[in-house]
Design a protein around this ligand. Structure first.
Ligand code: EPU
Length: 417
């Protein structure tokens, strides 16, 4: 297995370009299931999660053509309605095929994803919403079996704000008969991006980006050309990298308006940030100030930035409290950060972080995608060498991160297994 080796202490300087957003690309690629003919998607990041979804969709009968960051998808040969355990367990977002398969083939059989490192992560709200739209659903041998001759519009209240739940139901509703209202819907930029793509296909959707989304079903959708939005979590990760290393970097091809909560918190911590239209200039201060943070659904502070922010707080002056309210087990990076000298105490879903003057490099192990990013960041700030193993987690969601950081002046290399 590959390892990433970092020697800390270098100040990051220069310009870095953000890739397309993984969590926007996944549902948008999947939405091509709803059309016949070639869709063209631009700015698709080269990531393991994207490879996993194209593999799964190829098994379903979708054809792909790839040329660098451009991916073409044609679902006119869609024939199979099963997403097997082997692929769903690799990537939970595979469950997003449930709604579109049901809308298109009137049938879907999708493995239940099960828990993962960061929490139980049930899909009960996806299932409940589809049942309300008239689908008959059985759970059998670890699979969700869904059938519906014609999905019908329904008024659906989501008990918890769920990103992929909102996306799954939105994709099921676009071809349903009548009007579907999703209440307490997720408001993430990735939801708006998916709605934009679906609208371009001919779907009738209002309110995406607000807690109430109204979808009026149409008979047929057409293929599109669509550019994937920039990855806000990758952008945020580079913001923290600059902050941690007293760096001065320009992040380009990003969307600053998607990062307001992170920008506010970094400014409170003493980081200088200048927003351009599609760029951000970030300068790290000599001393980081402690700030409290609570993760919340968008537009609140993203859970996907919690681990990275915790590293920053580990080097801050004072004490910070970090509350994780989205996932029940998303502090798995803490024990690895403690091995690097961080002073963190966990109590329930809160972490109390007392800043230390210097982290120290150590061999550490990545346990999930954002935890991996946090260990890389800790390595950039630490004294000495940090060796991050199990970097396949990182490769699921960060495109060439070691090349990008190295171009900014970090001492970082990948050692191939
Ligand atoms: N939940 C339920 N029932 C459901 C669905 C969700 O109880 O039917 C709960 C979850 O257990 C969790 C909360 O609702 O406590 C929110 O989960 P959500 O469904 O929003 O998460 P997700 O859709 O599975 C997406 C991102 C995650 C990101 C979360 C939260 C994608 C592909 N994944 O997951 O991204 O952390 O939203 O913002 O969009 C990552 O990129 O590293 C990542 C984990």
């Amino acid at each position: 297995m590959d390892k990433i080796i970092i020697t800390g202490g270098n100040r990051l300087q220069g310009t870095v370009t953000v890739s397309g957003a993984k969590n926007a690309a996944l549902p948008i690629l999947i939405s091509s299931i709803l059309t016949d003919g070639w869709n063209t998607f631009y700015n698709v990041p080269d990531l393991w999660d994207i490879r996993t979804i194209t593999r799964l969709m190829t098994d379903l009968g979708v054809c792909f053509k790839q040329d660098a960051g451009t991916l073409k998808a044609d679902a006119s040969g869609l024939k199979n309605f099963e997403a097997p355990y082997d692929l769903v367990r690799k990537m939970r977002a595979s469950v997003l095929v449930l709604g579109p398969l049901l809308a298109r083939l009137k049938r879907a059989r999708v493995s239940l994803p099960g828990g993962c490192a960061i929490g139980a992560r049930p899909i009960n709200l996806h299932i409940k919403g589809l049942q309300q739209m008239g689908a008959s659903i059985t759970l059998d041998h670890g699979y969700v079996e869904a059938k519906a001759d014609q999905l019908k519009g329904s008024d659906i209240y989501l008990d918890v704000v769920t990103v992929t739940g909102t996306e799954n139901l939105m994709m099921a509703a676009v071809l349903a008969k009548g009007v579907t209202v999703l209440r307490n819907a997720a408001r993430e930029p990735e939801i708006i991006a998916l709605a934009d793509a679906l609208k371009q296909m001919g779907a009738r959707i209002e309110g995406a980006g607000s807690p109430v989304i109204t979808i009026t079903g149409v008979k047929k959708l057409k293929p599109i050309s669509y550019t994937i939005i920039p990855d806000r979590i990758e952008t945020g990760t580079f913001m923290v990298a600059a902050a941690l290393t007293q760096g001065d970097i320009e992040i380009v091809n990003c969307e600053p308006s998607h990062l307001e909560a992170s920008i506010h918190k970094l400014r409170q911590a003493g980081v200088t940030l200048k927003k351009g239209k599609t760029s951000l200039r970030v300068k790290g201060p000599k001393h980081i100030q402690s700030v409290d943070v609570k993760t919340l659904p968008y537009p609140g502070f993203p859970t996907d930035m919690q681990a990275q922010f915790m590293v920053l707080m580990s080097t801050a002056k004072g004490l910070s409290v970090i509350d994780e309210t989205i996932f029940e087990n998303r502090f798995i990076h803490v024990s690895e950060l403690q091995r690097m000298g961080a002073d963190i105490t966990i109590s329930g879903n809160s972490a109390v972080v007392r800043g230390v003057s210097q982290l120290s490099g150590a061999p550490v192990m990545a346990t999930d995608l954002r935890a991996s990013a946090s260990l890389i960041l800790a390595g950039l700030a630490a004294e000495g060498t940090t060796e991050v193993s199990r970097v396949y987690h990182l490769d699921r969601g960060y495109e060439r991160i070691e090349e990008k950081l190295s171009a900014l002046g970090a001492s970082i290399e990948r050692v191939k297994a």
